[in-house]
Write a protein that binds this ligand. Structure first.
Ligand code: UDP
Ligand code: MG
Length: 322
């Protein structure tokens, strides 16, 4: 018997909420039939439509409904984070409110968690309906880039749709970083993870709350949060320029030795010195970048490691991760 928390971020979802609630009402008895309890957390992320009014009503009407309302629009990732902080379940599931993450997959996710012992069960999109070619292309390029830049294997074609064991939620809650890229953080914490494939339907109602601007911010958070490769760019560029300057200088010196008369005075030495120095400058900047990167890692204050089991210690036979 377990408590399962469902977390839905809500930003201007008045069109979708009635559909969502109907689907949940049909599903809850199925989820609770084996003695489990379900709580549903709706995190209002500064909606400017009637979403909050609807949510308040829900909280009054249903004992399973909980509502958190953020003071303004903080963005999807932060809304979900707030939900995770306040969820009390043994397992916590993150879902989009627009029903693109079908709640009907929940029984299977819960089974994989409880019976098969997976600590994270994340949805992997086999197909994606109703997404523009532009979104699919940028998403695919983004994951390719991310793979090259980061050392954490962040699975492709996944979103934030995932069931997480309490241990994993506690681990993520302990990470206080400001710029949160949850699917990266969830990959970073490790634990036993299962990819559950599904066909992603189109949005049930309303339109996307993720304009290009927000997608771009998410992508930046992902890249900067999980690598400092951009800082190393100047180092590599600098090394390239400095090397080029040296090679050019040597070639010109040889040409001068062979045919001094055909040379224009001044030009070569200026170019060589100039590019050598700017190369050296960039390398030095890269070096500073390396240190800044390390400072950045320290400032994030992520735990150095996470335990998934602890056996044979006195006093905490079953406590893991404490
Ligand atoms: N969302 C949010 N705050 C925002 C933007 C989106 O809480 O600033 C929520 C939104 O209500 C939905 C989820 O995040 O529940 C995913 O958004 P959406 O479905 O619009 O993104 P898409 O599927 O188009 O990428
Ligand atoms: Mg959506």
């Amino acid at each position: 018997m377990a408590l399962i928390s469902l977390v839905f971020p809500i930003f201007n979802e008045e069109a979708v909420l009635p559909v969502l609630v109907a689907r949940l009402e049909a599903l809850l008895p199925i989820l609770e039939k084996d003695g489990d309890t379900v709580e549903v957390l709706f995190v209002n992320d500064g909606s400017r439509d009637s979403s909050l009014l609807q949510l308040r009503e829900l909280a009054q009407k249903h004992s399973w409904a909980r509502v958190l309302s953020l003071s303004r629009n903080f963005g999807h990732q932060i809304a979900v984070t707030a939900g995770m902080h306040h969820a009390t379940g043994d397992a916590v599931v993150l879902l989009d409110a627009d029903l693109q993450d079908p709640p009907e997959l929940l029984p299977e996710m819960i089974r994989l968690w409880r019976d098969d012992g997976w600590e994270v069960v994340y949805g992997k999109r086999r197909s994606r309906e109703g997404e523009t070619a532009f979104k699919l292309l940028t998403a695919s390029l983004f994951y390719k880039l991310l793979h090259r830049l980061t050392s954490v294997a962040i699975p492709e074609n996944t979103g934030d749709f995932r069931l997480m064991d309490r241990k994993v939620v506690d681990a993520l809650n302990a990470m206080g970083e400001q710029h949160r890229f949850l699917r990266g953080m969830a990959a970073w914490v490790g634990f036993k993870q299962y990819a559950l494939e599904y066909d992603r339907p189109a949005r049930a109602a309303g339109e996307t709350k993720y304009p290009f601007r927000k997608m771009f911010k998410l992508a930046m958070d992902a890249v900067t949060g999980f690598s400092y490769a951009p800082l190393k760019l100047s180092r590599d560029l600098g090394a390239f320029i400095a090397l080029g300057a040296i090679v050019y200088g040597v070639i010109q010196a040889v040409r001068y030795a062979l045919a001094p008369r055909s040379f224009e005075p001044g030009w070569t030495s200026i170019i060589v010195v100039l590019s050598l120095l700017s190369g050296v400058q960039l390398v030095t900047l890269g070096l500073i970048g390396e240190y800044i990167g390390r400072i950045y890692d320290e400032v994030k204050g992520r735990p150095l490691y996470l335990l998934s089991e602890k056996l044979g210690f006195q006093n905490d036979a079953q406590s893991t991760n404490s």
